[in-house]
Design a protein around this ligand. Sequence first.
Ligand SMILES: [Zn+2]
Length: 470
Amino acid sequence: MRIGFFGAAGEVTGSCTLVEVGGCRFLVDCGMFQGGREARSKNLNALKFGGDVRGIDCVLLTHAHIDHSGLLPMLSVLGYRGPVLATPATIDLLQVLLRDSAHIQEKESEWAVRHRRRRGGGTVGALPPLYTVAQAETALKLLRPAAYGVSLQVAKEVTVRFHDAGHILGSAWLEVTLGVAGRPRRLVFSGDIGMSGRPVLQDPEPAPADADLLLIESTYGDRLHRPLAETEDEIVAAFDRVRHTGGNLIIPAFAVGRTQEVIYILADLVRRRRLAPLKIYVDSPMATAATRITWEHPDLIDRDTHELIAWMRRTPGQVKLEFVADVEGSRALNQVRSGAVIISASGMCEAGRIKYHLRENLPRGECAILVTGFQAMGTLGRRLVDGARQVNIFGRPVAVRAAIHTVGGLSAHADQAGLLAWLRGFRHPPRNCFVVHGEAGASAAFASAIQEQLGWPAPRLPRLGEWFSL
Ligand SMILES: [Zn+2]
């Protein structure tokens, strides 16, 4: 067996692993590299496995996040026509996320062309989009549903089973069984593992007792998340502040996962009378779609959330949710001066309707911004968190007078303790363990924690493009 690492090795994006066993080649994830100056060139140079992509038998997709799925259209442009297995909820989310990703690629390319023209450089050498919406549509046709817990044959003597990873809706860790020469071998790919005990999603399914090969993510392998109770206190403090000052509360949030989690937490705080009854505007077409898709998969939602939804139906005056559909509605919301609670995307404030809400509300000292997620270097969200007194929005300077609250405890990823707890499901150390999907420091720290706290042999830390024969 050979395994090649083509992304998320020493970094958190671009997940893509090629496995060759017997006569079968399969890919686990096909993710886009994101962030940083080299992302574009890395994406253009990705998927160079040696040989023809048509020689790949199938693609297994752990979940819908673009850093795990975003290069599927490129794979299909290169000629891949085989099946892409994913859970039904992942397939639903990808209809929205992959189209949106292609749309962003097209827009950025148009912008680059215009930018060159303005500088008199003509359009020669302008950047074409990585892929177009039409190419994303073609890739979406390759998706085939794989329900949790069902064994599916993907090639002769190769079966796969998807298990709930509790990370985002439809996320999975994968169990691949190879029936090679009568002695089955088990390969486990963690994908991204979620936090146990968090609202909305089910907890991750426990790991199997043993494995010949394990790939484990390590996004937060070097740290612990703050408890949910602290996050709730921070949110209550932000609400108290705007109630006194009479402004609006603006909540940038990732459309998939975070928006639904924030809605849950706010409604739950009202139910527990820590917040007064409130109306929440969700102003993002993608967040609206992601919330609809979440509700269309009630079996993937945990009991706490079902109970909260039932309470909201019984007491309709307590929490009102309004999904803003059209641009006119969004503009009208821009004009509201006081008392509005608005959840909008994108989560790092780089695109989407959130930018309009920030432009209107940042200069007003009576308003507050509640930052609910990780903000990458170089993003507008990061500048706000870092305390900028002035930012640029749509090319114009905007003064920052609103209060910026950062809640630290929300994450779709398990922290070090959560990851170790999941690994304790293995009764024997896997024969080969690779730590992936983390910044170099986080992966190394997690590899040490695995040795020290679980007593396993030293896991391996693969480098981009590296092959291993096992
Ligand atoms: Zn993810």
